[in-house]
Design a protein around this ligand. Structure first.
Ligand code: ADP
Ligand code: ADP
Ligand code: ZN
Length: 214
């Protein structure tokens, strides 16, 4: 099963992508996590990506598409994957479609997690991230067992720099300008499915499972 997660920053794509990956036994591929890991490790890619991410802007398409096309050809992705945070622009979607065509493959589902902007700032200010293992929490809706500590790996949780309210508004504008057009793109491709992302996270997951099948 080859799945794309669409939705605004903070809509719950990552949360649901991890649950999908667990249930269907496919890798969760998050471009945001890949960039953050590169920043943490001080790589060239990380240095380039950071200047854009800190400003709430998208990393240029050329730096992003090759990375993903390479990742989806690895051994663990042969039976499918869930892409989270990619594609984010029409050129990225076109790049992915072309690469998949060459590989004789295609996207089966593009799941749009629909959440209005008015809910997003609240979600983001409560989000806490583990930069070591990529786990995500919310101080109210998905709290870790011990405050400020990752359940999975014990690392200290942080509020991402780009989750501060002034950057979140900018990211929402970028989303509406550059990413929302993908809803049309994947509707035309016949694979778009929408779920109401304002619901409780288990309810959102149930809606997704009823689309993907048990
Ligand atoms: P969120 O899950 O809140 O939407 P991400 O972790 O997906 O955030 O992305 C964080 C930042 O990483 C984005 O604001 C952007 O700067 C960069 N980024 C992630 N994925 C992409 C992509 N596909 N294209 C360009 N930039 C990206
Ligand atoms: P995205 O990957 O789309 O940026 P996340 O999955 O990181 O979004 O979710 C953003 C924040 O909202 C996180 O703190 C997460 O724990 C929380 N969250 C995710 N889904 C829900 C939900 N259905 N209800 C309430 N909070 C949620
Ligand atoms: Zn962790």
């Amino acid at each position: 099963m080859r799945i794309i997660m669409l939705g605004a920053p903070g809509a719950g794509k990552g949360t649901q992508a991890k649950k999908i990956a667990g249930k269907y036994n496919i890798p969760h591929i998050s471009t945001g996590d890949i960039f953050r890991a590169n920043i943490k490790n001080g790589t060239e890619l990380g240095k380039k990506a950071k200047t854009y991410m800190d400003q709430g802007l998208l990393v240029p398409d050329e730096l992003t598409c090759d990375l993903v096309v390479d990742r989806i050809q690895q051994e663990d992705a042969q039976n499918g994957y869930v892409l989270d945070g990619f594609p984010r622009t029409i050129p990225q979607a076109e790049c992915l479609t072309a690469a998949l065509e060459k590989l004789g493959s295609k996207i089966d589902y593009a799941i749009d997690v629909d959440v209005p902007d008015s809910n997003i700032v609240n979600r983001m200010s409560g989000r806490r991230a583990c930069l070591k293992c990529g786990a995500t929490y919310h101080i109210v809706y998905a709290a870790p067992a011990k405050e400020g500590v990752c359940d999975t790996c014990g690392e200290a949780l942080v509020l991402r720099d780009d989750d501060k309210p002034e950057t979140v508004q900018k990211r929402l504008n970028v989303y509406h300008d550059q990413t929302q057009p993908l809803i049309d793109y994947y509707t035309k491709a016949g694979v778009l499915k929408s779920v109401d992302g304002t619901k409780d996270l288990e309810e959102v997951f149930q809606a997704i499972v009823s689309i993907l099948g048990e």
